[in-house]
Design a protein around this ligand. Structure first.
Ligand code: TRP
Length: 443
């Protein structure tokens, strides 16, 4: 079977940035930073993104382009032995992440409807709190929204790489960016926002401990779509003429910029509203944003636009979580895209049921001290994604080694001296850093 390819360089960058930019940036990053000391978290996050996140994005892409396979196949072709197991864990991790990703994306769709109805206009902090609790606490409604979101993702993936994912990303990502800039500009000028800006930007390392380090690493990997072979799969659709390093840099910068903007939107808005950062948990974004809309002229319409675009950003990410599963079913088990996508979506939806209920009737269920959502979040972010990244670094840095350096450039042409620095990071900095942080997180 001939493999699909991205239509253009811009198409790839937009699809990969579409994968990276998602709920991780706008829903997760602000409450993670808020709960882990603000600037302390941000500094670690940036250090991990630039220190080895970028190098690992390049590593996954080159592993994909060299092998032309899904995560399992890529590890089999390039490393053999028991290595395909790492790809298998990656595919499983994609299922686990999607099972909570679709629940949160479902909330986003619900909020889009609230915005249209005007339910978010001129509300007090108290009403917003109960609006969120009412939605997430009910049994059926959030699951219906999650299922609707999953169904759209399945349809896009069924259509294939180029016409579905690429086209949607190219159109909506720039729009989201513009709306985000406008909202952030308003949030940082709200009365009382200054303390929030200082909390996020004024360096204060006192909050750094093992847990913060490990949370920041997990967040960096989650946001960059690293560690489960999603980018291996996207890399397998790259053309020989693409310049992997340059394209990866663009993707990483875009993702980081959007996370920073979202942090500077939500956290100052929390301070302006008199909320304690970190108190809002997984509901933070949803409880805080309406206050910013209300402070903007035409806030009603901006709210609608924002939640519509956030839903689209979540879609371009969920599609990139489905794609490695579908590519694995296709390459390894000969299941056609049109059947593999609904199959994968269904598996994730089954798991989404307990996740969604863990915000309602099963709120009190505790496994190892975690809620069901909390456990999946911890297992994927803090264990599976760092583990997958570590294994990718070992395979690309040590087993493929200099051949990977030669494969980075367009059509096998040599790239600049940075490639040697890249190999050094993949061989030494990333593995040692990840192992050290994994240990910090466990003790
Ligand atoms: N990066 C996306 C976000 O920030 C989520 C995501 C998409 C992802 N593909 C991934 C996370 C692969 C880990 C691995 O919302």
């Amino acid at each position: 079977m001939r493999r699909d390819h991205w239509g253009s360089r811009l198409g790839f960058i937009m699809a990969a940035a579409g994968s990276a930019v998602g709920l991780g940036n706008i829903w997760k990053f602000p409450y993670m930073a808020g709960g882990h000391g603000g600037s302390a978290f941000l500094i670690l996050y940036l250090a991990f993104v630039l220190g080895f996140g970028l190098a690992l994005v390049i590593a996954e892409l080159v592993l994909g382009r060299m092998s032309g396979r899904n995560p399992v196949g890529a590890f089999r072709v390039m490393a053999g032995g028991a290595w395909p197991l790492v790809g298998g864990i990656g595919v499983l991790t994609a299922v686990l992440i999607l099972s909570f990703y679709c629940v949160v994306a479902g909330w986003t769709i619900a909020y889009l409807f609230y915005a249209i109805e005007g339910a978010l206009d001129a509300t007090s902090a108290g009403t917003l709190e109960s609006l969120f609790n009412q939605l997430t606490g009910s049994g059926l409604a959030p699951l219906c929204y999650a299922a609707a979101f999953m169904a759209i993702s399945v349809v896009i993936v069924s259509r294939g790489v180029g016409s579905g994912i690429e086209r949607a990303s190219k159109l909506f990502m720039p729009l989201l960016f513009v709306v985000l800039v406008v909202m952030t500009a308003r949030a940082v000028t709200l009365p009382g926002a200054g303390a929030g800006i200082a909390f996020l930007l004024k360096p204060d390392l006192s909050a750094i401990d093992g847990e913060t380090v490990s949370a920041a690493l997990g967040q960096a990997f989650f946001s960059l779509s690293l560690g489960l072979g999603g980018l291996v799969t996207y890399g397998s659709y790259m053309r020989a003429s693409a310049h992997i390093g340059r394209d990866a840099l663009a993707v990483v910068l875009l993702d980081t910029l959007v996370a920073m903007l979202a942090g500077l939107l939500i956290i100052p808005a929390m301070f302006a509203a008199g909320m304690t950062p970190g108190a809002g948990g997984a509901g933070t974004t949803f409880k805080v944003l309406p206050a910013v809309f209300a402070a903007l002229p035409g806030g009603h319409w901006i709210a609608i636009g924002f939640f519509a675009l956030l839903t689209l950003a979540a879609l371009t990410s969920s599609v990139s979580l489905l794609e490695p599963i579908v590519a694995w079913l296709g390459d390894e088990h000969d299941i056609a895209r049109g059947r593999a996508a609904p199959l994968a979506g269904l598996a994730c939806m089954v798991l989404a049921v307990p996740v969604s209920l863990s915000f309602g009737v099963w709120e009190h269920v505790r496994i190892m001290g975690y809620s069901i959502f909390g456990l999946l979040d911890f297992l994927t972010n803090n264990l599976s994604l760092p583990f997958g990244s570590l294994m990718t670094a070992i395979v690309v840095g040590w087993i493929i080694g200099p051949r990977a350096v030669a494969a980075l450039g367009p059509d096998g042409r040599p790239v600049g001296a940075w490639a040697q620095a890249w190999l050094f990071v993949v061989r030494f900095v990333a593995p040692i850093g990840i192992v050290w942080i994994l240990i910090q997180g466990l003790v």
